[in-house]
Structure formats: structure tokens, C-alpha cells
Ligand binder design. Structure first.
Ligand code: FE2
Ligand code: FE2
Length: 136
């Protein structure tokens, strides 16, 4: 069983951004599977790095659309992205420094909530705006 599954309720109505979100869900699941299989830091570290990097790529995709369409909620949304980036960087740094010990279920639950809450709360706010600017 994966930790989380993407479903239509998570759709933000823009295909490329839904694809990004699906990719992020896949990466969180990959980390979860690796954790459950008892994989070492040598294996899990790079997956976590990939998640951090793709998070930045994805946030940049959204912020580009905000800039192109002069989205009124852009600065609030960007502040949220900065906070989320900081949180995932903290996990990455603590994991690498050995401060987290093993990657726990608690950390995985945190990442799941971190992703789902942002999509369902902040991201869904831009759907109408982007759609009315011809971005689907
Ligand atoms: Fe997003
Ligand atoms: Fe976002």
C-alpha cells in the first residue's frame, strides 16, 4: 500500500501542475517504500534530495504562471512555498546529519500532510484564476 494516492480531488485544473503533483506524490511514496524496506541512508538520502529538488522545480512552475497572469494571491502563495521549502530542507539537513535517526513514519506523515494540505488549500485557490487566463 502506498502512503498516499493522487486522486481527482487533488486536481488543480491545470495539467502540467497536476502532473507535477503526481510526481511529488510518487516521490513521497518511493521514500516511504524505501523506509519500510529498511533501506540505508545511502539509498534514502538521494530520494529525499530528489524530492527537495523537484519541489523547487514545481514551485517555480506555479510561480511562473502567477507572474504571467498577474495572480493577485501570488505573494501570499510564494510565502507559503518558501515556508514549505524551508521545512523540507530542514528534514533533509537533519536526516543527513543523523539527527533524525531513521526516517520515521512520523516524518513520512509530515511530508504527506505537507504536500496534500498545500495542494488542497493554497493551490486550489489559483484554479479559477489560471483557467480564466486560458491555462488548463
Ligand atoms: Fe503545487
Ligand atoms: Fe503551490
Amino acid at each position: 500500500m502506498p502512503l498516499m494516492t493522487w486522486n481527482d480531488k487533488l486536481s488543480v485544473g491545470v495539467r502540467i501542475l497536476d502532473d507535477d503533483h503526481k510526481h511529488l506524490v510518487d516521490m513521497v511514496n518511493k521514500l516511504f517504500d524505501g523506509m519500510r524496506a529498511g533501506h540505508a541512508k545511502a539509498v534514502l538520502g538521494p530520494i529525499l534530495d530528489e524530492l527537495v529538488e523537484y519541489t523547487k522545480v514545481h514551485f517555480a512552475h506555479e510561480e511562473d504562471f502567477f507572474a504571467k497572469t498577474q495572480y493577485p494571491g501570488a505573494s501570499t502563495h510564494k510565502a507559503e512555498h518558501d515556508k514549505l521549502t524551508q521545512q523540507v530542507h530542514d528534514i533533509q539537513a537533519r536526516y543527513k546529519a543523523g539527527a533524525l535517526g531513521i526516517l520515521s513514519l512520523e516524518v513520512m506523515e509530515f511530508l504527506k500532510t505537507w504536500l496534500v494540505n498545500h495542494i488542497q488549500v493554497e493551490d486550489k485557490h489559483y484554479t479559477h484564476h489560471l483557467n480564466t487566463h486560458g491555462i488548463h
